[in-house]
Structure formats: C-alpha cells, structure tokens
Design a protein around this ligand. Structure first.
Ligand code: KIV
Length: 257
C-alpha cells in the first residue's frame, strides 16, 4: 500500500513538479473508489449542497451537513489527504472559525478550507495556530454568489490581478499549505503559481496550476442538469443509470406479460 498522503506530501509535490490530482467526495463509496484510483487529495466540498442536497447554491450548507459528509468519507480511511469545507457563515469570527474547524477535524478531516483572502487572515492564523492544516480558496468564491450576482471569472482587471496575487501571498504567509484558485484567468493563475511556494490547485483556472480539482459529479457526468463550461466529462453516469433502470424496468414488464 502507498504511504499515507499528508500535507507535507502535497507541499513536496510542488517542489518535485508533480501535479496534485484532487477530487470532491461526499460519501463512503465514492471516497473509497476515488482513493483506489490514486487521487492525492479528497475534498468534502460544500458543493455537496448543490450536487447532492439539491440546494441552488452553497450558501445554505450547514456545519451539520459538512460533519455528516466528512464522517462518511472518513470511514473510507483514504490514503489521500482528506479535507472539508468550512461552510458559509461558519468562520465569521476567529472563535467560530477555530471551533468549527475543530468540529470538522473531529469528524475526520485532515485539513479545512475556507473562501477568502486578506479579510479572513485572522481566522486563518488562528486555525493554523490551533494545529489544523488550512487550504485557501481564491478567485470566484461560490459562497458569495448571491452578493456578486453570479459566478464570474476573476483576474481580468488589473486591480483584481493585484488583489489575487497579494491575497495568495498573504494566505501562504499565514500558513495555508495549498490554495484553490477557482475561475481565475489562466495567466493570473500561472503568475500566482510561480510566485508562491505552496501548491495552487486550480478549477477552471487553466493548465498552469500545481494541481487540479474538480467536482466529481461534473467529471463523471452524474449531475446532468448542469456542467460547468470548463469541464470535459470523462463518463456519463447519468446515462448509465437511466439505461440500467430502463432495462431493469422493461425486464419486469416482460415477466408480467
Ligand atoms: O466546494 C467545492 O467542491 C470546492 C471545490 C470545487 C474546490 O470548493
């Protein structure tokens, strides 16, 4: 068996020029399967709200939701590094950020992730000081979709570029072991990846990040009602399910005739 992937393994991958392959998982069988496929990092993302729980966006996801799904994936005892998202409003103060990060760790997370840059630095420093590994998330921040009025690519304007680069440096200095870059323009994602020492993990941010993460449902086509433009699905699980159920149903009808 491969040795357990740790935060140090992920940091070392950047130094060795190895790409970090990361995917989301929200349940035991998916966590186990993806781990068997050898991904380096599994994230119980708050995207669980959209692709599993049927919410229109991630803003309604609760700590209880996150704990439930982190526990499920942790039962797979993955070799991959396992992280969980701090949901919206769960890290507004330093105290709640640390307490909620500790709840996710108690549920089985080996790191936590939260969205934002300089505005959450006190929370990031406190989480790291409490001995919990932290992953940043910059660019398009899904938890702010309602305030922003949509999912917009970040880094097109010079002030946005500067802010992203500064935020990435500040998060790394505050102790983040990796930073997710979501919907950041590819040149800006490449620039950030060059100037910070910790790995960037891109989603819809071009090929030059140190790793890539996708929502697994998008990759395998199991949430067919919406697929982000930047994802090329590698399977069509929804079609497989529909065809399996149709075949089974017609076999019942045939027996009844
Ligand atoms: O919630 C999530 O799944 C995420 C990833 C897409 C990075 O934050």
């Amino acid at each position: 068996m491969n040795s357990k992937i740790t935060v140090e393994t992920i940091r070392g991958m950047k130094a060795r020029g190895e790409k970090v392959a990361a995917l989301t998982a929200y349940d035991y069988p998916t966590g186990k399967l993806l781990d068997e496929c050898g991904v380096s990092l599994l994230l119980v993302g708050d995207s669980v709200g959209m692709v599993v729980l049927g919410y229109p966006d991630t803003t309604q996801v609760t700590m209880a939701d996150m704990e439930h799904h982190v526990r499920a994936v942790a039962r797979a005892k993955p070799n991959a590094l396992l992280g969980g998202d701090l949901p919206y409003h769960s890290y507004e103060t330093v105290e709640t950020a640390v307490a909620n990060a500790q709840r996710l760790v108690a549920a089985g997370a080996e790191f936590v992730k939260a969205e934002g840059g300089q505005e959450i630095l006190p929370q990031v420093r406190a989480i790291v000081a409490a001995g919990i590994s932290f992953c940043g998330h910059l660019g398009m921040l899904p938890q702010h979709v309602l305030e922003e009025g949509g999912y917009r690519i970040k880094g097109k304007k010079e002030d946005e570029r500067q802010r992203l680069v500064t935020d990435a440096k500040l998060l790394a200095d505050a102790g983040a072991f990796a930073i997710v870059l979501e919907l950041v323009t590819p040149p800006v994602a490449a620039e950030i990846s060059k100037v910070i020492s910790v790995p960037t993990i891109g989603i819809g941010s071009g090929p030059d990040c140190d790793g890539q993460i996708l929502v697994t449902h998008d990759l395998i086509g199991s949430f067919p009602w919406f697929t982000p433009r930047f994802v090329k699905p590698r399977a069509n699980c929804a079609a497989e399910i529909r065809s399996a159920v149709a075949g089974w149903k017609s076999s019942l009808d045939a027996v009844g005739r």
